[in-house]
Design a protein around this ligand. Structure first.
Ligand SMILES: C[S@@+](CC[C@H](N)C(=O)[O-])C[C@H]1O[C@@H](n2cnc3c(N)ncnc32)[C@H](O)[C@@H]1O
Length: 156
């Protein structure tokens, strides 16, 4: 969250919002948040938890996301199995994405930051991609089988 540098009033998507671990600090930073969550029970809990906050909860598949028509940022820890589909969607022509800070499987984040992802060369004209915080598996409960890292995208 600190590294993302979200400012008050910015529109931020939290994709795979879970129970709101990132949604809550985004609200504290003053963001207008769209929390996307596929699981119906978690989406309901998010709605209840953020009923009085500037949070819109959308029950949707991250791989099939409708993007905002105005500039937006993404701060998210999405499910690993939709990482590639989500990145392609965020970087598709016409996207108003300004920046993204995504917790991904480290190998996937490294591949994208090296420009070694399918069709990746296209977006290097428009975005800088780099590796941010490295997160060991023990940073999560329960620990996954792989390490993670934040893939940082910034529009040039
Ligand atoms: C890795 S957890 C992250 C939860 C929370 N953001 C956090 O940092 O603790 C991913 C979340 O994505 C949700 N999810 C799984 N598949 C999804 C999909 N296809 N679209 C949207 N959300 C999905 C899961 O239900 C889960 O809550």
């Amino acid at each position: 969250m600190d590294a993302a540098g979200v400012r008050p009033g910015e529109l931020v998507l939290d994709v795979g919002a879970g129970l709101g671990a990132l949604t809550a600090p985004l609200v504290r930073a003053g963001a207008q948040v769209v929390a996307v969550e596929l699981h119906p029970g978690r989406a309901d809990r998010l709605r209840r938890r953020f009923a009085d906050a500037p949070v819109t909860v959308v029950r949707a598949d991250a791989a099939d996301l409708r993007l905002p028509s105005r500039p937006f940022r993404v701060v998210s820890s999405p499910p690993y199995n939709v990482s590639t589909a989500l990145l392609k969607r965020l970087l598709a022509p016409g996207s108003r994405l300004v920046s993204a800070d995504l917790v991904l499987q480290r190998a996937v984040a490294n591949r994208w930051s090296r420009g070694d992802a399918p069709g990746a060369n296209r977006w290097y004209y428009h975005y800088d991609l780099s590796i941010g915080l490295r997160l060991p598996r023990k940073a999560f409960t329960p620990p996954p089988h792989v390490d993670s890292a934040v893939l940082v995208l910034r529009k040039r």
